[in-house]
Structure formats: C-alpha cells, structure tokens
Design a protein around this ligand. Structure first.
Ligand code: V55
Ligand code: FE
Length: 481
C-alpha cells in the first residue's frame, strides 16, 4: 500500500509527485530569446514508494528526469521517472524493497541475493543528466549511467561505453573538456562496495576510450566530484567514510568522521597514475562540488566551495550518539593554489559570504582560466525577495544578484552563452524556481549581463526537485519529432 502519512514528505511542496507528465506547448511569460535552441535537462529525487527504514536518506529517492525543450521561442515540458531495475521491481511488488542508502545488507530478502552481487542495480539514477555521443543519460555515483531516449525520456537501460567502463560505478560529475571535445570521467568504489579503487577514463566524442588510469585512495570517501585541468586531475578525499562494518550494522553508506585527515590527490591526466601525490588538507572539512581549475608550469589553481563541517546531517557523525546530527554545513568559495614541485598548497577565500555549493562556470571554460562563477545566493540581510542567482567575478570579487521573487526557491543555475563565440559572461542564466504560493514550478531565463529576467515558462504543477541540471544545445541533443 502506498502511504506517505509518516513521511518522508507527508505534504506541501516536497510531497511525492508520482506522475510522468508532458506539455507540448507551455504557457510563457515574457519572451524566450530566439537564439535558445536546445534542451534543459534536470535530474532529481522523488519517492515513488515510501522508504523502507527511517534511517534512509533523501539521496535514496527515485530518479526523475525532466526536460524543457526550447525552440523558436516556445517550450515543451516532459518528465518521467527513470525505470531503473529498482523502480521496476518496486512497482511489481507494489512497495519499497530496497533498504538504506548504498547498503544491500538492508534489502528485502526477495531481491537481496541479486543486490549483494550487483549493488549497482540498487541505483536510483537521481543526480545529474549527461549528454555524450548524441545520447542522454541519468547518473548516480553508485552505478553506470542509465540511458534515456532524449525525446521521450523512456529508459533504455545501463550503458557501459561499449564495454569500456571497467568500473562498477560512474560519477555524477563527468567533465566535458571543451578544448579537446573529450569526456573525462571516473568511478570510485570501482571494484565493489567499499573498495578503495578509483578508475578514470577519457572518452572521445565518437565514444572511443582514449585513456584509462587506475589508482587507490587513502580511505573510502565520497568522491562526488573532481577537477580536470588542462593537464591534471585533482581528487578530493574528505571526512566521509564507508566500511563494510557500517553496512553490516545496517547503517547508511557514509558516516561523517572529522578525525580523518583530508587530502587532495593530484596527478597528470595523461599519465598512468604512478605520479599521484596526496597533499594534506584540513580535516573536519569537505568538498562536495568543484568549480574549475587550470594548470600552468609548476602551478595548479583550482576553485571549489568548502564546507567547514558536515553538509549532509542525514549522514551522522560516526562518533556521535544516535540522533546527533551535528550542525548544517555552509560552504565558502575558496581558491587552492598547488605548488606541483612541492608538497603544499595555499588557500584563499574568494568570497566572504556563504554560498550554495552548486557552483557553475560557463562550460566553455572548463579546464581553462575563468572569470565568472554562478550559483544560488542570498545576500546577508536581504529579505522577502526569494532566493537569488549570483554572478561572481572571481578575479575582482564584483558581484551581481538577481532574485526570483518572494517565497520562491531557485535551484541550480546553468549558464548558456549567447553564441558559440560570445564573450565570457554574455548569455543567459537558466534554471527552475519553485513557487510554493502557486504550488508550481517555473523555468526562468535571466539575461546574464543585465541580470534581469526575460522569460518564464509556467508549469501548472510542481516538478520534483532537481539535484543537477544541464543545458545541451540542439547540436548535442537534436530534437527528433
Ligand atoms: C550527492 C548527491 C547524491 C548522492 C551522493 O550532492 C552525493 C551530493 C542525490 O544523490 O547519492
Ligand atoms: Fe553533485
């Protein structure tokens, strides 16, 4: 029986949505710029059945992918639950069969033999959309990508890069290199649950495997994101720990352990991993998402938001009493400058106010030096304007902020350049605002130079919360009618 009265979201804006939807020609306020031709894809979590155990976490909710296809000033919306093996098995049983986050020991006996052997089949594919070689995928870091039909969003199944993905997992943060056209990506816990193996890949735009690197990490930590520069790979290892003992005890995959050392691992991206160097970093902090980085000579400069405590209180501290969730994390954008010949790095705060760690650059500048960082932000003291998107000049510290409107909550922003050769910063900020007063979601287009709204696509319903979203132009994901 489906009964959400005990949560996790019994009602209100975050209540489970549980529907697939399609609107062929959406209601629009303002004018969608005619230059916008492509598809904005969002992936996020929505519980189709209530969680099996109270200690499960929001990251276990079923993956839902939705698209705003934009062309000739018009917008079409589609949204569908990803038909993961888990979704299909739950639907057949009419209830949740899967236990707590990334822990098959807690699964229903009817499927547990399978999930112990193939833990990636527990995935909910709820984190990030990816386009690669003309295909669309929904990603979560515990499994290979799941391919979706880019037009209908029907699920095609797991994708293993033509047999080249030797890792059992694939990150939710692959990095397209705009200079080479390649995709740099990786999987951690690559050889099984709680293994310290990390496999990195470079895939060419035709889908071919160009390079692979295999390394081990000092401990098994949540390697949610990484930095690819023009020459190097930087991997953060910070404060979360997974062990088989935890899993056998029925706990969620990650525990927060501020007594663990932090590390940045740096290695050449064209090497074999034997040059990997671990730089000691402050413990009790963490880096979940990264902004961008660039190498030149014996220096590597990267920027990332850093939390000075546990950002995910539903992964409680390993040494705390049950129920002690610790403080909610807030992140600051910091710049880390590595001496590639030495064994240390310098840290500077780029911006003094706390910001959302869903930071983005114009993707044409990934691996290169960039000027602008975009993210969600509300200036301290500003009230009743809803949440904002900030354009932060990381070189001068100059900022400009656009606010969504009273009560509205903005999700992750994407930057779309006005044209392929437009100057950095010239284009639009796009993303979804949740409007709880109207109980609906709205797709917003903001001029990134003026920081003024130009159009809004109005949905007559809530679209479930995204984790991440990406814009793919019509050349990357052509529309098939
Ligand atoms: C994150 C999100 C996840 C996950 C692991 O934002 C890390 C970080 C939505 O799922 O499984
Ligand atoms: Fe992420």
């Amino acid at each position: 029986m489906v009964d959400f009265s005990d949560g996790p979201h019994p009602g209100g804006f975050a209540a489970p949505m549980r529907y697939d939807a399609e609107i062929l020609d959406c209601e629009v306020e303002g004018t969608i710029p005619p230059e916008l031709d492509g598809v904005f894809v969002r992936t996020g979590p929505d519980w189709y059945y209530p969680q099996l155990y109270p200690n499960d976490v929001p990251f276990s909710a079923d993956g839902y992918t939705s698209t705003f296809r934009i062309k000739n000033g018009r917008a079409a919306y589609r949204g569908r639950f990803v038909r993961t093996p888990r979704f299909v098995n739950n639907l057949e049983a009419g209830r949740q069969l899967y236990g707590v986050y990334r822990n098959p020991f807690t699964d229903d006996p009817s499927i547990q033999e399978e999930t112990m052997e193939k833990p990636w089949e527990r995935t909910v594919a709820n984190t990030t959309p990816m386009a690669f070689a003309g295909k669309l995928f929904a990603l979560k870091e515990d499994a290979p990508p799941i391919e979706l039909d880019p037009n209908t969003l029907e699920t095609r199944g797991f994708y293993d890069f033509g047999g080249k993905l030797s890792s059992q997992t694939h990150t939710a943060h692959p990095k397209p290199d705009p200079v080479t056209g390649d995709l740099w990506t990786f999987g951690y816990e690559a050889t099984g649950l709680c293994t310290d193996d990390v496999y990195f890949y470079c895939f060419g735009p035709d889908g071919s495997l160009k390079h692979e690197i295999r390394v081990k990490t000092p401990y098994v930590s949540m390697m949610h994101d990484l930095i690819i520069t023009n020459e190097h790979i930087v991997i953060p290892v910070f404060s979360y720990i997974a062990t088989m003992e935890r899993l056998k005890a029925g706990l969620a995959h990650w525990g927060w352990d501020p007594s663990l050392p932090g590390y940045f691992g740096v290695m050449r991206r064209d090497g074999d991993g034997s040059d990997l160097k671990w730089y000691d970093a402050p413990s009790g902090t963490t880096i979940i998402h990264t902004l961008n980085g660039h190498s030149s000579g014996d220096r590597l400069v990267m920027e990332a938001p850093q939390f000075d405590n546990n950002p995910f209180p539903f992964f409680p501290a390993v040494h705390a009493q049950t129920g002690d969730m610790g403080p909610i994390g807030r992140s600051h954008l910091r710049r880390f400058t590595f001496d590639l010949n030495g064994d240390s790095f310098a840290t500077e705060q780029v911006f003094d106010d706390p910001i959302s760690d869903l930071v983005r650059v114009d993707d044409r500048y990934l691996t290169q030096e960039h000027r602008y960082c975009y993210t969600q932000y509300t200036e301290p003291g500003v009230q009743d304007r809803g949440s904002g998107w900030i354009r932060l000049d990381v070189q001068t510290g100059e900022k400009a902020v656009w606010y969504a409107g009273p009560g509205q909550a903005l999700q992750e922003v994407s930057m779309v350049p006005r044209s392929a050769d437009a100057a950095e910063g010239d284009g639009w900020l796009i993303g979804v605002a949740n409007n709880p007063a109207e109980m609906r979601s709205e797709f917003v287009i903001v001029d990134a130079v003026e920081m003024q709204e130009v159009a809004r696509v109005i949905l007559p319903f809530r679209s479930s919360a995204q984790v991440h979203a990406r814009w793919f132009n019509a050349a990357e994901l052509p529309e098939m009618v």
